[in-house]
Write a protein that binds this ligand. Structure first.
Ligand code: HEM
Length: 212
């Protein structure tokens, strides 16, 4: 049961209520193997390919909700990843990359969920935005270091993890302030938190598919 207690800010609440979901995603075998150098560049290219489909749809949802007063302030951080992903995939897979990749079943489920809730409902959109982009600005930076250290992937294949002109610490602080200030009802806040859990679930399922 999600507690709608408003004395603790939404940012701290979502963080503590999804700690176990984060840990489950972070400790799936695909992620721990990738981080420890037990996979190869091909595995990373397969992950980046699934990211392509996820961010394509997530960033379409961002465009749909750009003028929403709350969702729009998160979109305005300008964290879009699709151009960087296209460049990385071109580098990793060659110029025919787009015709070689397709979404895994778990990715298709993730995209269906995005289409179902994230194009029209601001709390649900922000939930998916938060789960991906705050993760990219946090653990994503450790993934980038592992990719460079363990597999020798250079800057050209890891631009997904680079946010030029973005001060990660300041953005994360401001992001949490915006979450705390969102004028959402208790029901909307609860919808946000349960959708973050849902987003973690989808990410974990994609890792499980990638390992299969
Ligand atoms: C290699 C795997 C991962 C590592 C090592 C990792 C590590 C971390 C760390 C250290 C933080 C705290 C950063 C801070 O306080 O500034 C963090 C935050 C976060 N991570 Fe991860 N993470 C990983 C995977 C993931 C995945 C797969 C997701 C979801 C797709 C994710 C989503 C998040 C989110 C949303 C936050 C922000 C929490 C908040 O402060 O509100 N992480 N991660």
């Amino acid at each position: 049961m999600i507690n709608a207690d408003t004395e603790v800010g939404l940012a701290a609440r979502v963080r503590s209520l999804t700690r176990a979901d984060h840990e489950a995603a972070e400790t799936t075998p695909f992620v721990t193997d990738l981080m420890a150098g037990r996979l190869d560049v091909g595995a990373y290219a397969r992950l980046a390919s699934q990211h392509y489909f996820i961010y394509e749809t997530l960033e379409q949802a961002a465009a749909a909700l750009r003028s929403d007063p709350v969702a729009g302030s998160f979109v305005a951080f300008g964290l879009d990843r699709l151009p960087a992903l296209c460049a990385d995939l071109h580098h990793l897979r060659g110029s025919g990359w787009r015709t070689e990749i397709s979404p895994l079943p778990a990715t298709r489920d993730y995209l269906s969920r995005l289409r179902e809730v994230a194009f029209t409902d601001a709390p649900s959109f922000v939930a998916h935005h938060y789960t991906r982009y705050l993760g990219d600005l946090s653990g994503g930076q450790m993934v980038k270091r592992a990719l460079r250290r363990e597999y020798g992937v250079g800057a050209a294949g890891t631009s997904f993890y680079e946010f030029p002109g973005v001060a990660a610490g300041a953005v994360k602080r401001r992001y949490r302030e915006l979450l705390d200030a969102a004028p959402w009802s208790a029901a909307e806040q609860n919808r946000f938190i349960s959708e973050v859990k849902q987003a973690f679930h989808h990410n974990r399922a994609v890792f499980e598919n990638l390992a299969a």
